[in-house]
Design a protein around this ligand. Structure first.
Ligand SMILES: [Zn+2]
Ligand SMILES: [Zn+2]
Length: 345
């Protein structure tokens, strides 16, 4: 019987991955599959699984032999349920990986790769205990990669002694990271020594560094925030990205990302979140579909933010129709000076 080399990829699918992050992740996973496929040993032994997490954790690809592996759809959602992802990982490894015992050699020890770009929104410490007591002894190497400036390296450092930082979410850095990951997995399948390709840590790509958890800054960075909105004209979704400016201590408009309906999970109600005072935010970025730069929040029930590009000017003044619930109301200017519940991705 072939000893399989199980590889689990845990992918952060929070809204902060929007844009280049999501595109690079899709491209990167496809690249890992195809490059490993050109190596006879990897082709024979590597089995891959992908677990995505945003508000919830979900198996996107169960453990599958490389020739049969297809890149799954990756959708963005609210929240960063990293704890739930670790518990799901533990359950999957327990069920899918054959341990070595007196009668069988079992599989090679699994390799886990985690890509995270924000701060966990659930109880990571509790879930980490579950993971460690279930399969912590079995995993060969757990590669934890904090991506971009908002990655919570302090939380991530509790997961593994291999903590890497990708300095930005730009395509070049992430592409090199995924290329390095495929080299690492090739090395792990070639050497067949249960060391999980650890020697590749000596040749990290440009823009990726090993982090010493003992020397992390005391204060966590203020994470950017993201708002979902719909175009009032085209009714299509987009995500507005606001960046924290430490010099002015305020969030500033960065840009809007048009997204397809298939790029996002349906809105998850009651996700983790915090209240951010929108009145402290500079003018929001323009709608990527119709370029309108004024926004309307639909009543307390619906809460949908839509661009004001479809405002009608009737005899009673400007009116707006919510593209989500069809409610019609008089236009309020801009985002308004109210506090708004914002769920950070
Ligand atoms: Zn619009
Ligand atoms: Zn509405």
């Amino acid at each position: 019987m072939i000893r399989r080399l199980p590889v689990y990829i845990l992918l952060d699918c929070s809204e902060s991955m929007v844009g280049e992050g999501l595109a690079a992740a899709r491209r990167g996973i496809a690249g890992i599959f195809s490059r490993l496929g050109t190596n006879p040993q990897a082709l024979e032994t590597v089995h891959v699984s992908i677990i995505g997490f945003s508000g919830k954790a979900k198996v996107l690809l169960p453990l599958t032999a490389l020739p049969d592996a297809v890149v799954p759809a990756v959708r963005l959602g609210n929240g960063t349920a990293l704890g739930a992802a670790l518990e799901l990982l533990a359950a999957r490894i327990r069920d899918e990986v054959t341990r070595r015992d007196k009668v069988q050699r079992g599989d090679w020890r699994p390799i886990v790769i985690l890509l995270a770009d924000g701060k966990p929104t659930d109880d990571l410490a509790k879930s980490l205990k579950v993971y460690k007591s279930t399969v912590g002894d079995l995993v060969a190497n757990f590669y934890v990669v904090g991506c971009g400036q908002d990655a919570d390296l302090r939380s991530l450092s509790a997961i593994s002694d291999i903590l890497l930082k990708a300095e930005s979410m730009e395509a070049g850095v992430l592409d090199r990271l995924f290329f390095w990951m495929s080299e690492t997995l090739t090395e792990a399948s070639r050497s067949q020594d249960d060391k999980g390709g650890r020697s590749m840590l000596d040749s990290l790509p440009a823009g990726v560094t090993m982090v010493d958890a003992r020397h992390l800054p005391d204060a966590d960075p203020v994470a950017d925030f993201y708002l979902r909105a719909l175009c009032g004209v085209k009714r299509r979704p987009f995500i507005m990205h606001f960046r924290w400016n430490p010099a002015t201590e305020a969030f500033e408009s960065h840009r809007s990302h048009a997204i397809g309906p298939d790029d996002i999970e349906p809105d998850q109600e009651g996700g983790a979140g915090e209240t951010v005072d929108i009145s402290a935010v500079s003018a929001p970025p323009a709608c990527p579909y119709c370029a309108a730069d004024k926004y309307v929040i639909c009543g307390p029930e619906c809460g949908t933010i839509s661009c004001a590009g479809g405002v009608m000017r009737g005899p009673e003044g400007p009116t707006h129709v919510c593209p989500k619930c069809e409610a019609k109301f008089a236009l309020a200017n801009g985002l308004g000076a109210t506090s708004l519940r914002v769920r950070r991705g």
